[in-house]
Ligand binder design. Sequence first.
Ligand SMILES: Nc1ncnc2c1ncn2[C@@H]1O[C@H](COP(=O)(O)OP(=O)(O)OP(=O)(O)O)[C@@H](O)[C@H]1O
Ligand SMILES: [Mg+2]
Length: 200
Amino acid sequence: MLKVGLTGGIGCGKSTVAGIFAGLHVPVLDADEIAHRLVEKGQPALTQIQQTFGTAILNPDGSLNRKNLREQVFSDMKQKQKLESILHPLIYKTLQAELEQLIAPYCIISIPLLFETDMTHFVDRILVIDCPVETQIERVKVRDSLSIERIQSIIDSQVSRAFRKAQADDLIDNSDTDYRLAEQVKKLHNLYLSISACRD
Ligand SMILES: Nc1ncnc2c1ncn2[C@@H]1O[C@H](COP(=O)(O)OP(=O)(O)OP(=O)(O)O)[C@@H](O)[C@H]1O
Ligand SMILES: [Mg+2]
């Protein structure tokens, strides 16, 4: 099965594009969604995080206090790396297990930090969702009501737009309206089906 890694900076439209592929009945795996599941109440990863970051990261009911954890790792590179060293290997392990259950010509694997985690070898092809940084900031500001400074610092912690574009096998330009997005996805869908047919 052809594995297409879908990536892009914060707010570029990865989830939106993944949803369009899913609408075409393409299996979509999502690293963000797995990360969420891994830190659900009672999960071993949450215990590990609590041992590393203290009980303050837990709500009274034992669930993850996301705000507390976010604040702890936001401005502290070392703490951020500690969290990532717990979560990233588990995310890829879970993705691998989910992949082994799939039967399809190709699948989309949404991995926001594909480059940052140095895991491009995990996929056969890289699809980058791209839009200008100003558009990223505008969309995330509306979606998450974060300050511009906060959004900019997240953008700065990710690889640059130019780097991503240089690494892409395929690119979706998401600076425009949703209509053009569906059109671009349909074209890539046909491309991936034909690549997959050639590999058989
Ligand atoms: N083409 C578009 N036109 C208008 N709004 C859009 C477009 N694409 C995405 N958006 C909006 O921009 C926001 C960010 O999109 P989305 O959540 O898909 O990005 P993402 O790359 O998954 O973000 P994250 O990195 O935070 O997971 C959402 O509110 C989405 O509805
Ligand atoms: Mg998303």
